[in-house]
Design a binder for this molecule. Structure first.
Ligand code: T68
Length: 800
């Protein structure tokens, strides 16, 4: 995109005048943001239109990425970067007396996701556009995103996230692309004159699905794809008096709020409504678009790939079957063949409690026609597979079982590809979670290790690092992050290593300023910044990190004058509102922070910073400042992790278990450049099999650990009488489900090593360099190119 600075200034002032009928000095940063957003959209408009037209005229196969969450982060800077407008706009605004960095802060951060899963979806949309893949997102436009987190007296308090209050400058409402989604009522199959059966519906609750489209701008390639988010409304031209307030509320509720649970199946009717709502609307719009440009359905699978991001969109399978059969007169066999060719599924978890199932009665009542189709899928699966695999295996893996609709099984059976998100995770799917279906369909299983977009996580979040890299290795890494490995040539370049530590210092200063402003706490910038940012969950083991803090605290208290390498422990984490244990851990962290931060003996040497309301925008400040990346989940529990990749790319060294993609990170950067520790998956499984884990033995056998565990209940930490007891009991009474005590010793050994190693800054920065250099292997573009080649079978730009 080429716009001169002068042109930009003219356009911007004109935009301000048009929108607000006033002059610049009468506008707020929010007004300026909105004007800038409009202008960016105007600049990008021709690309968006041209992209859509080109896909049509060239009959490009379209990928539709269905996800119940998209967590894009603020879009202003990302769009400016991808349109190559950052410098022009920054200078132009400066000449007008404005500061781009102030304006960008006025943008609300769309929190339409919980964590990794939603953020991954956003990274992949960015990558698809940047690789010139005809890729579309399909999701829900939640009126309220993930709750805003406050701490009151150390407890998490949730407030609504009213992100649309000032409108959303990036979206376009497209009411003419609406469709009707039907719920409930009765359905029966009416014989037709031509001998076929056509479903008839009575007493359904109809909901209007209205799409809001957001442009997804590709990196320096004039491609703009579309993210389509659906909003639920009253059907048009309806006589509103026929809708009771309760019915209106029911419609309104469908897209009102994001479920705030990242690792549990919500199991409620409203969630099922959400799932069918956006899958039905999405599939209807795909089929409608296809029919507008093709005759008949036979080429559908050549033109369309639908990706199921975790099980929430699985109903795309029966919904496509329904449309093909009921509306487009396909036979079951043709519809089924097309559906399987089109669909692919990514699993993101091995936690049993996250695997979605729906009680048949609920499912059938809400989606009677869809239930008929699922029951027929189930019947045919059983009929075809029982002779080959036996009744027991088939029974165990069929879509219907124990009175439930089993979404993951339906997703596997209705897709041609099933993937996990790290090699270890994919192996666990085959061996454990989806073992039965792996026996039936081994050829469908494959791995696609997650990736992140370095455009956001390095170029935007860490400009000093990006500039330093450019100066050494040129800027081609910005397009092809694998080129970062050429950095290894500078491992022994003292000047470069010094620059890296200066970059880190600058980022720490920025974070320290944020902490001072938001928490009123001073943190020193020569300390080790030890960072754990992710959802709060027992398996992620923030508790183990707290134990290290307590260990350091006791060390200082016991020997106040002994040398101590300064540390700042930094947390960001939201807990699901109903996750009692996770909330107890939040209270514990805040209580420990309160104890440590105010102890005069400790002084500035040790600080604990729990920044409330962690999200994409905070991550962009915290991650570039990190020295240590805490990736300490119990082995086998974290499917992949993605903060591990973001932190690595910003030069943090991983203190990591052999879990998820940590394994691959350790291998890529070299174990000597990380701090691996803890039980392996095999050891964890051995404990499960033998049933011989005894947490108490670790407690009794290690006085240092015993003191820490006891401090949860002996009054050492004020303010946690109930939480401390609860956590204590989880460890000793309920035998420490996540092996915190088993991993304690190897964890703190590495923590001690970190304190020692950090003092040699040259050696430390050399290892940071190794991490940055290896991080290119975890770029989203690479990951998405593999999806495109192996699963979707669509062409894409090559990176080299
Ligand atoms: C995460 N899952 C995995 N789930 O935990 C993480 N779940 O290991 C992985 O890196 C990441 O996915 C990307 O693959 C989630 O984030 C959710 O957020 C979620 C949301 C709703 C329901 C269930």
């Amino acid at each position: 995109m080429t716009v001169t600075c002068a042109q930009f200034k003219r356009d911007f002032l004109a935009e301000i005048k048009t929108l607000y009928a006033t002059t610049l000095n009468d506008t707020s940063p929010l007004d300026q943001l909105i004007a800038l957003g409009h202008l960016v959209r105007r600049y990008d408009g021709p690309n968006w239109a041209k992209t859509a037209r080109a896909y049509q005229t060239q009959h490009r196969k379209q990928v539709y990425y269905f996800s119940i969450e998209f967590l894009p982060g603020r879009l202003l800077m990302a769009n400016l970067l991808n349109l190559n407008l950052v410098t022009t706009v920054r200078h132009g605004l400066k000449e007008l007396g404005l500061d781009l960095d102030q304006i960008r802060q006025a943008e609300p951060d769309p929190a339409l996701g919980n964590g990794g899963l939603g953020r991954l979806a956003a990274c992949y949309l960015d990558a698809m556009a940047s690789l010139d893949i005809a890729g579309n997102g399909n999701g829900i436009r939640y009126r309220y995103g993930l709750f805003k987190q406050l701490f009151i007296n150390g407890y998490q308090v949730e407030m609504p996230d009213d992100w649309l209050r000032n409108g959303n400058v990036w979206e376009t409402r497209r009411e003419n692309k609406s469709c009707i989604v039907r719920f409930g009522g009765h359905v029966w199959l009416q014989p037709q004159a031509n001998g076929t059966l056509k479903p008839q519906y009575r007493d359904t609750d109809d909901v209007l699905a209205v799409p809001y489209d957001v442009g997804i701008v590709g990196y320096h390639n004039s491609v703009t794809n579309t993210l389509r988010l659906w909003s639920a409304e009253l059907p048009p031209n309806a006589d509103h008096t026929y809708y009771s307030q309760a019915q209106r509320d029911q419609i309104d509720d469908i897209t009102k709020v994001l479920y705030p649970d990242d690792s549990n199946s919500a199991g409620q009717a409203l969630r099922l409504r959400q799932e069918y709502f956006f899958t039905s609307a999405g599939v209807q719009s795909i089929v409608r678009h296809f029919c507008a440009h093709h005759h008949g359905m036979r080429t559908f699978a050549k033109q369309v790939a639908i990706h199921i991001n975790d099980t929430h969109p699985t109903l795309v399978i029966p919904e496509l079957m329904r449309l093909l059969m009921d509306e487009h007169h396909c036979s079951w066999d043709l519809a089924w063949a097309l559906t399987r060719q089109v669909m692919s599924y990514t699993n993101h978890t091995i936690l049993q409690e996250a695997l979605e199932t729906w009680p048949v009665a609920l499912f059938q009542g809400l989606l009677p026609r869809i239930y008929q189709i699922v029951a027929e899928i189930d019947r045919r699966y059983r009929a075809q597979k029982t002779p080959v695999f036996g009744a027991a295996l088939v029974d165990q893996t069929a879509p219907l079982g124990n009175g439930q609709v089993r979404m993951a099984y339906l997703a596997v059976i209705g897709s041609h590809s099933v993937n996990g998100v790290a090699p270890l995770h994919t192996e666990l799917l085959k061996k454990d979670v989806l073992h039965g279906l792996y026996q039936v369909y081994p050829e469908r299983f494959n791995n696609k290790t997650n990736g992140i977009t370095l455009r956001r996580w390095v170029q935007l979040a860490n400009p000093p690092l990006a500039r330093t890299l450019d100066a050494r290795i040129g800027n081609l890494w910005r397009r092809n992050p694998r080129l970062l490995k050429t950095l290894l040539a500078y491992q022994y370049d003292q000047g470069f290593l010094t620059e890296l530590s200066q970059v880190k210092l600058a980022n720490k200063q920025a974070l320290a300023a944020l902490v001072a402003q938001r928490l009123g706490l001073q943190i020193r910038t020569d300390a080790i910044y030890d960072v754990q940012v992710k959802r709060l969950h027992a398996y992620k083991r923030q508790l183990l990190h707290v134990f290290e803090i307590l260990r350091e605290y006791f060390q200082i208290k016991d020997q106040p004058t002994a040398p101590f390498v300064p540390r700042v422990h930094i947390f960001g984490a939201k807990a699901a509102p109903s996750y009692h244990y996770a909330k107890a851990i939040i209270k514990l962290i805040n209580a420990v922070a309160n104890l440590v931060n105010h102890d005069p003996v400790v002084g500035s040497r040790l600080k604990v910073v729990f920044i409330p309301n962690y999200g994409v925008s905070l991550a962009e400040v915290i991650i570039p400042a990190a020295d240590v990346s805490e990736q300490i989940s119990t082995a086998s529990k974290e499917a992949s992790g993605t903060s591990n990749m973001k932190l690595m790319a910003n030069g943090a060294l991983a203190l990591a278990t052999y879990d998820g993609a940590n394994v691959d990170i350790i291998q890529a950067a070299g174990a000597k450049n990380e701090y691996p520790f803890g039980l392996t998956v095999a050891e964890v499984y051995r404990y499960y099999q033998r049933g011989d884990y005894r947490a108490r033995d670790f407690y009794r056998g290690n006085p240092e650990l015993k003191r820490i565990v006891d401090s949860l209940v002996d009054g050492t930490i004020p303010g946690i009488s109930t939480e401390g007891r609860e956590i204590y009991d989880s460890l000793l009474r309920y035998n420490d489900e996540f092996f915190v005590l088993a991993d304690y010793a190897s964890y703190v050994a590495q923590q001690r090593q970190i304190s020692q190693d950090y003092q040699d800054q040259t050696a430390w920065q050399r290892r940071a360099l190794a991490n940055i250099a290896a991080s290119g292997a975890f770029g989203a573009d690479l990951a998405v190119a593999r999806y495109a080649d192996d699963i979707w079978q669509v062409p894409h730009d090559r990176l080299d």
